[in-house]
Write a protein that binds this ligand. Structure first.
Ligand code: NZQ
Ligand code: ZN
Length: 391
């Protein structure tokens, strides 16, 4: 196991009706005037924004509203939010929504206290200062409620890039599983897929002797395999929603990723798909992961075979472990299809003729030098091969 520092100071408030505590929590974490940031309308329609604003009013915390965050959040609204926060002297940002809203809130939080262009943080500069951020989560998926990360799409060139820093870890996150009951089944399934991807991206490591994190990841994957179909069959199953919501947080606050190298090539390859086609990130991952895993499997057959046996219940073929490894990847693919995720480019709305442009953006865009690194380093030819496997 490698040396590590694990710092995860977010206060999680979990359970039914917990959104009524938003105002008290903003105050507790130092907010005297808040920006309430939300998405395309689901939080308004469900009455959630009304309940959150009532809670701030009860605590005497003034606020300004900024809605309109799109899935795969854009830089344009971030610039607007930064201007608004400066004009209104906002000192706390409350994100009410999913990963897209939270990531946009984090970008505004970092950009408001920075003299340069906030995009610097999405081109590699670490985030050291930001306004405090709190969240009320409405979808179990991205894990942004407990992560130090934010992913934004720059409209000019449609580059989708991530930024990181402990300063943007939420001070608090309110997790009420009942809020996720209004999700369309496709979004629920995309969230499940993203959570599983966050686990797999950590499982694919080149670090030896990491039993504790291997076992944590396997437990969370098994939870998703158990709870995923239950929540797809019955969207109002509160307990299944609750287990998925907490698994989603644990999958991505890095408690399962400490002390080990991680992959993230599936995410990088997917990000170009959601940037170009505006597909759901999780749906893009459903198509991407099996292709990437099949492509890199030979790098460490036994790691894939281990997942196949421990997570998917495959029989170990000791003479030909590659058969076991392959069976595990197929089991993942079938599971994702069974919950309603796409299998290929056509089902995702992607086009074969765009592959050169996808590879260019992935390997050359925004300062990259012709490859992406992770479990295996992939050059432009590898990435083109992987995209072709998804057709
Ligand atoms: O905008 P509204 O109207 O709210 O609709 C949203 C959106 O259309 C809807 N939705 C959310 N909660 C709902 C709901 N509809 C009904 N009822 C509810 N309770 O769901 C749609 C998707 O929302 P979004 O926030 O985009 O989903 P998700 O949480 O999957 O976030 C995806 C974004 O997070 C990034 C992705 O790249 C993508 O841009 N990621 C962020 C990470 C991080 N910050 O750590 C890591 C992830 O790997 C990921 O890359
Ligand atoms: Zn993800």
């Amino acid at each position: 196991m490698e040396n590590f520092t694990f710092y995860s100071p977010t206060c999680f408030v979990f359970g039914k009706d917990t959104e009524s505590r938003a105002g008290g929590l903003v105050k507790r974490f130092g907010g005297t005037k808040a920006l309430i940031h939300y998405g395309g309308g689901s939080a308004l329609r469900s009455g959630l924004i009304g309940r959150v604003t009532a809670s701030l009013e009860k605590e005497g915390v003034p606020y300004v509203l900024l809605g309109g965050v799109k899935p795969n959040p854009r830089s344009g609204l971030v610039y607007e939010g930064i201007g608004l926060c400066r004009r209104e002297k906002i000192d706390f940002i409350l994100a009410v929504g999913g990963g897209s809203v939270i990531d946009s809130a984090k970008a505004i939080a970092a950009g408001t206290v920075y003299d340069g262009d906030f995009w610097d943080f999405y081109s590699g500069k670490p985030i050291e200062n930001a306004l405090p951020v709190g969240t009320v989560l409405t979808i179990a998926a991205a894990g942004s409620e407990g992560s130090p990360d934010s992913v934004i799409t720059k409209e000019e060139g449609m580059f989708k890039r991530g930024a990181s820093g402990d300063a943007i870890r939420p001070r608090f996150s309110i997790l009420n599983p009942a809020l996720t009951q209004t999700l369309p089944p496709y979004q629920t399934a995309a969230g499940i897929t993203d959570i599983m991807a966050h686990l797999y991206e950590r499982y694919l490591t080149n670090t030896k002797e990491v039993e504790v994190t291997d076992r944590l990841i396997e437990a969370l994957l098994l939870t998703m395999i158990h709870e995923g179909p239950r929540v797809i069959a019955n969207p109002n199953n509160y307990d299944a929603r609750a287990n998925i919501m907490w698994a989603g947080m644990m999958a991505h606050n890095n408690s399962c990723g400490v002390g080990r190298s991680q992959d993230w090539n599936s995410h990088n390859i997917e990000h170009e798909l959601s940037a170009l086609y505006d597909c759901a990130h999780g749906a893009g991952l459903a198509v991407t992961m099996p292709a990437v895993f099949a492509y890199v499997m030979e790098h460490d057959v036994m790691r894939f075979a281990q997942a196949a046996v421990r997570v998917w219940g495959c029989q170990m073929d000791f003479a030909h472990p590659e058969n076991t490894a392959r069976a595990g990847i197929e089991a993942l693919r079938s599971f994702l299809t069974s919950i309603g995720m796409p299998r290929n480019f056509a089902e995702l709305g992607a086009r074969e003729e765009d592959i050169p442009a996808l590879v260019e953006a992935l390997c050359r865009g925004d300062g990259r030098q012709g490859s992406i690194s992770g479990f295996v380093t992939l050059n432009e030819e590898d990435c083109a091969n992987i995209y072709r496997m998804m057709v």
